[in-house]
Design a protein around this ligand. Structure first.
Ligand code: ADP
Ligand code: ZN
Length: 428
């Protein structure tokens, strides 16, 4: 049941001890990088005077801008010691680059093996990795992890939908790694080919790389006949394998032997208590080539330190609720895209996709929501559709406190891609 029982079930006190010891080692390493040497000196902090984990809070945060402008100065060793680089997908601007030593790659693979093993993946399983290979960490990260675990790994890559279905059939794939919006989109291809995913050998799906709701997960599980596990990571912290769901499917365990977690209120920058959503901040505890200290992820979630029935002691974080930078302000009200998805995906009449357009006319913000409706419901008469449109509008209004303009469209008519979904078009 455990990949590394001793580590995964360390008592909370022992886990903090291990973190403290590893944090000291990390500070020692980080002091070899020009960027952190300067930061540590300014804060008067060193491996020797760090007494508690909280002492780290004397150090300023590292931001995405720091990485963009001074990333290379964060290397603790010469570039010739690095064996790989990855870059973020650049969802929110210019991509940031992370360098890995050989040991970093191995440690990262081990975290992913541990994560997948936790959900029941075993040697003998056939793992189809449907994430982009290349600079994006989702592809190679899982690939190395699955091989380390001993699963037969199919490097399918992203897109090429028909081929994906054929691969699942030909090699009796048992586990998938897939972007949630693409998992729903792919159902159209299954339908076109007359193949029922539930009739294949699939058991497990790892879904991640983009925010999604509980309803979205349940839809994927129902359509594919799998258990879907949420997987969270970001290239700045290696990539996937930072936090992962266990069989309880109730929050993601942050691998705290490798990552020191802080959750902060993004306005006051003070620590947020358990259960309260805040911005995730991580410090690498084992990375050799380019450890980042107090990296602000801009991802919003809450944490829980309640014991988990699975026996793992590493604290859990909630589903990611959005990014601090994807909040939209409409008519003066703050809206997160996930709130919209939460409302829409809870409605059985809604098909797999939606699109939000923001416009401004005469200084007036307008939110236009295009919603795909299941074919069966679309066949109904106008009166029914008018009623449905009204219900969706009301449901969105009560969640968002803004009245959107809802338009119902036929299934599979909104743009969908194979990468991270883009569902907000801000034309203001
Ligand atoms: P980019 O910031 O350019 O998208 P990455 O490719 O490194 O860079 O993607 C990491 C980001 O993807 C995370 O910071 C987070 O916003 C999002 N993400 C990754 N996994 C999940 C997940 N399971 N749920 C929600 N969001 C996720
Ligand atoms: Zn658990």
């Amino acid at each position: 049941m455990y990949w590394d029982k001793a580590l995964e079930t360390l008592s909370p006190a022992d886990l903090r001890d291990l973190q403290l010891q590893r944090l000291r080692e990390t500070l020692r390493r980080a002091a070899n990088s020009p960027f952190y040497r300067e930061r540590l000196e300014e804060a008067g902090l060193s491996a020797d005077n760090l007494k508690t984990l909280d002492d780290l809070r004397r150090l300023p945060f590292t931001t995405k801008d720091d990485l963009r402008s001074r990333g290379k100065e964060m290397l603790t060793r010469p570039l010739s010691d690095m064996v790989r680089l990855h870059a973020s997908s650049g969802t929110t601007g210019q991509a940031t680059v992370i360098y890995y030593t050989r040991r970093d790659i191995e440690a990262w693979a081990d975290l992913l093996a541990r994560s997948m093993y936790m959900t029941g993946l075993r040697p003998g399983d056939v793992f189809q990795n449907m994430m982009g290979y290349g600079l994006f960490t989702g592809g190679l990260g899982f690939h190395y992890g699955a091989e380390r675990l001993g699963a037969l790994t199919i490097p399918a890559g992203a897109g090429n939908s028909k081929r994906q279905v054929q691969l699942m059939q030909q090699f009796a794939t048992t586990a998938l790694h897939i972007i949630p919006s693409y998992a729903l989109y792919l159902l159209n291809t299954f339908a076109d080919l007359g193949v029922d995913p539930k009739g294949l050998s699939l058991k497990i799906a790892f879904v991640g790389a983009e925010p999604h709701t509980e309803d979205m997960r349940r839809r994927i599980e129902a359509a594919y006949g799998v258990k879907a596990y949420n997987s969270y990571g970001l290239s700045e912290m290696n990539g996937p394998g930072v936090a992962f769901e266990c069989p309880e499917q109730n929050g993601m365990h942050v691998w705290e032997d490798a990552y020191l977690l802080e959750v902060i209120d993004p306005m006051t920058l003070e620590p947020a208590p358990p259960g309260k959503a805040g911005e995730l901040v991580f410090t690498n505890l084992t990375r050799e080539g380019m450890p980042l200290l107090r990296y602000r992820t801009r991802d919003l979630a809450s944490f829980s330190d309640e014991p988990c029935p699975c026996g793992r002691t590493h604290r859990r974080i909630s589903r990611i609720q959005g990014r601090t930078d994807d909040m939209i302000i409409i008519k003066g009200v703050n809206v997160f895209p996930m709130q919209i998805e939460k409302v829409l995906m809870a409605l059985p009449e809604v098909h797999t996709n939606y699109l939000v357009e923001l416009t401004r006319e005469n200084f007036n913000d307008q939110m236009h929501v295009k919603v795909e409706v299941q074919q069966d419901f679309f066949r109904e008469d106008l009166k029914y559709l008018t009623g449905l449109r009204k219900r969706i509008t009301e449901a969105l209004k009560s969640e968002l406190l803004v009245t959107p303009l809802v338009e119902l469209v036929e299934p599979n008519t909104l743009p969908a891609g194979e990468g991270k979904a883009v569902r907000i078009l801000d034309k203001r």
